[in-house]
Design a protein around this ligand. Structure first.
Ligand code: PEP
Length: 772
């Protein structure tokens, strides 16, 4: 038989699925001998009946609820709706705080114009009873009728003091407001209140506390949800009135820092306006109750392996736990407590790793950097990558402590279980050092064009490109060679012991050329009559004509699909020669220093195996020359950057010539979808209606399109490894940074993922999560 209602004392830890975690926790506390306000859980099934039948429960459902309320009446000696001795209820969602979205509780259900006087008699405090009624009306109006809180505030802000007459007046106005806005009078019938409260609390779980909440509440009131939690009903405790009473909340560790030890606050009766709400006060006034709280906190935390937030009430000297739930913690506190739990044997390392989310890492990195560089940093991460605008060092901090101790430990544990290696994408030699500090196990993509085309070097590159003869061009390259070689030396040094994947120049031709429009404007200016006699101007004009002619010759109609990447070497083979010479000379220098150097030369935008074969021959040729001259041996690899779908489709052939495949998933996504990463948002608008497809709801340039691009990758890996079982494979596109994408990479057996330096810590965690 389906159970619709479960009394707390009937529950067990195993019934968490049915009762929700809060209900099951309270049940456990009862069995452990602690006091908990009497209560029951309305199961999800029963809540759904409430909602789908417009408030009418089946006969059995109705009876179960009536019996449960009767049971509470017997336990408390109070009666629901009774004028003299009313039982009041708290209706709460059983969803814990971490997953909750909006206010999800209604307190003092059962108050009306008559029972409020009963409460006044029970507590001996009419002012308190009226205040409870007022608060209840406001919460009821907001939750049941979605009346904005500002409407209530507008009325109550006129109330200057808090005497009984004023409260009574405000209560009347609140009731008018509810009747006007909710189009129904506030129900004096406590049974109706109860049903509405359960229904509203149940629904509020799914509704984000956003501006559109009102609309959603009105329109989708009767929609049910598969993922909702049950609703918890408890008798109200009145810790806010009477002697030896009070309310409070404790955390089993500091929610900001994660430091061990109980923190929280306690508001004794009649003391709400005083500032001392410290637990210290409770420790002094009620030492036994304080010790009980410590015991409860420690038991719950040990049992659950999670920091708890415990709400309690002290009523006439007796302690009641109202609810306990996982505490909402800062990222620093999450990491600290998770590490502590592993040390205490409450969690396995694997469970600890599974708790870490991307935001934890980002926040902790930021916080750690701010703390350790509070004067210099303004909170900016040293590892934020900025385009390098000149050859001066960017503002990186080479401190060895980019990671806090807790994060470092978690990352070490991640490295023990993960199978994917995490490499870095870099644009500057200094990025290599930062990446090592963050745990990169090599460089997966070194963008040489970003180094060559820095403003300080671009004029040399352009001069060389615009030269008329090969010998002139080679002279230009001789000046660039030491600059590139120095880049690689620095990278090899930082990555001593790890592979460095260097992508040969991958720029569209037009990015290497001066702007034709600017040149033509200058020509116009020089051609003006007043300069006709000036000799130096005429010399400049002659050179300008030559440059304009050369730029026009090199002009392409569709530069992004033109002579770029590996095809650039057919136009300027000398540039690739220079880059390769710089790589091997730097490698030899490093080897002589005693470093372990492994260059992996990546050929961009391969579409046909023959292109790779030609480029491979070129690499081998330069390597033979340099290494022969230097009389040194250097292990190196040559691989294909797979960005064109054709390369993925012909992976078996490409693998013949490749030591590795690196999937450039940004460009592969562009070519597979047929649109640019910069235009994606506009293109996606058409697709994004009425769908929950991951690829469409997320921009595929932000998270990998597993069902499309992913399929190409998987196929290429399988085909490539049929030809070459030890083929190294990885991803260097920057859309593989979320757990699902990284899990996909793990599943299809890639060797590595390569990402921006600041993404390395989370990628290490996600790679471990994928492996667990
Ligand atoms: C890619 O295409 O995935 C890639 C990493 O290359 P780019 O340098 O164009 O981002």
């Amino acid at each position: 038989m389906t159970k619709r209602v479960i009394l707390l004392e009937e529950g067990t830890a195993e019934m968490k699925g049915l009762m929700g975690s809060k209900g099951a926790d309270l049940a456990e506390l009862i069995h452990a001998g602690w006091s908990v306000p009497a209560g029951f859980v309305v199961t999800t099934e029963c809540c759904r009946e409430f909602c789908t039948r417009l408030g009418h429960l089946s006969g059995e459902g109705e009876e179960e609820i009536i019996n449960a309320i009767r049971h509470l009446e017997q336990q408390t000696g109070k009666f629901f709706g009774h004028s003299e001795n009313p039982l009041l209820l708290a209706v709460r969602t059983d969803q814990d705080r971490a997953s909750a979205t909006a206010t999800q509780s209604l307190l003092n259900v059962g108050l009306n114009d008559v029972t409020v006087e009963g409460l006044a008699r029970q507590t001996g405090d009419r002012l308190y009873a009226l205040q409870c009624y007022l608060d209840y009306l406001e919460e009821y109006g907001q939750l049941v009728y979605a009346i904005p809180s500002e409407f209530f505030t507008k009325i109550s802000s006129h109330v200057k003091g808090r005497d009984e007459t004023e409260l009574e007046l405000t209560i009347t106005e609140f009731k008018y407001l509810i009747e006007g806005e909710g189009r129904n009078p506030f129900p004096q019938d406590v049974q109706i209140q109860f049903k509405e409260a359960v229904r509203a609390v149940y629904h509020s779980q799914r509704i984000k506390a956003s501006r559109s909440q009102d609309e959603i509440m009105r329109k989708s009131y009767y929609i049910s949800s598969e993922q909702s939690a049950p609703v918890l009903i408890q008798t109200m405790m009145h810790g806010k009135c009477g002697e030896s009473s009070g309310t409070g909340t404790i955390y089993t560790c500091n929610p900001l820092t994660g430091e061990k030890g109980i923190t929280g606050q306690y508001v004794p009766t009649g003391n709400a306006s005083q500032t001392d709400h410290s637990l210290e006060r409770l420790r002094n006034d009620e030492p036994e109750l304080y010790t009980s709280l410590l015991e409860i906190g420690s038991q719950l935390e040990t049992h659950k392996g999670e920091v708890q937030e415990i709400t309690f009430v002290i009523e006439s000297g007796a302690l009641y736990v109202v609810q306990t739930q996982p505490a909402r913690l800062s990222s620093t506190a999450t990491l600290r407590s998770t590490v502590d739990f592993v040390h205490e044997g409450l969690l396995t390392k694997e469970d600890a790793l599974l708790r870490i989310e991307p935001a934890h890492i980002t926040e902790v990195l930021k916080q750690h950097y701010t703390d350790s560089n509070s004067e210099a940093s303004n909170g900016h991460l040293p590892i934020q990558i900025q385009p390098v605008t000149n050859d001066e060092c960017p503002a990186y901090n080479n401190s060895d402590s980019l990671l806090s101790a807790d994060l470092q430990l978690l990352l070490n544990w991640a490295d023990e279980v993960k199978e994917l290696k995490v490499l870095a994408n870099i644009d500057h030699p200094l990025d290599a050092r930062t990446s090592r500090l963050l745990g990169a196990e090599g460089i997966g993509l070194c963008r040489t064009e970003n180094m060559l085309l820095s403003p300080a070097r671009l004029p040399f590159v352009q001069k060389m490109i615009l030269a008329d003869s090969e010998s002139e061009r080679r002279r230009g390259l001789e000046r660039l060679l030491p600059m590139q070689q120095s880049d690689f030396e620095q990278i090899f040094e930082a990555m001593d012991g790890y592979p460095v994947t260097i992508r040969l120049l991958d720029s569209p031709l037009h990015e290497l050329l001066p702007d034709l429009g600017v040149l033509e404007k200058r020509r116009e200016w020089l051609q003006a009559e007043e300069w006709q006699e000036k000799k130096d101007h005429q010399i400049e004009l002659e050179e300008l004509e030559r440059v304009i002619r050369r730029v026009s010759e090199l002009h392409e109609h569709n530069p992004t699909l033109g002579q770029q990447a590996c095809r650039l070497s057919t136009v300027f083979p000398e540039i690739v020669d220079m880059q390769l010479e710089a790589i091997f000379r730097a490698a030899v220098k490093g080897i002589r220093q005693g470093w372990w150097v492994r260059p992996e030369i990546m050929i961009p935008q391969i579409g046909h195996v023959h292109e790779l074969q030609v480029m491979r021959d070129l690499v081998d040729h330069v390597a033979d020359q340099v290494l022969g001259e230097e009389k040194r041996h250097c292990h190196y690899r040559v691989g294909a950057m797979i960005e064109a779908p054709r390369a993925a489709l012909t992976a078996t052939h490409i693998a013949r010539q490749a030591d590795f495949f690196s999937f450039g998933t940004d460009e592969l996504t562009e070519m597979t979808f047929g649109y640019s990463r910069h235009e994606a948002e506009k293109r996606l608008l058409l697709l994004q209606r009425d769908t929950d497809s991951r690829t469409v709801t997320n921009n595929p340039f932000h998270v990998l399109d597993i069902e499309g691009v992913g399929q190409l990758i998987e196929m290429a890996v399988v085909q490539g490894r049929i030809r070459k079982p030890n083929l190294k494979t990885g991803i260097c596109g920057e859309n593989v940074i979320d757990l699902e994408s990284i899990t996909f990479c793990h599943r299809i057996g890639l060797d590595y993922v390569s990402c921006l330096p600041e993404q390395i810590p989370y990628a290490r965690i996600a790679a471990a999560q994928a492996a667990i």
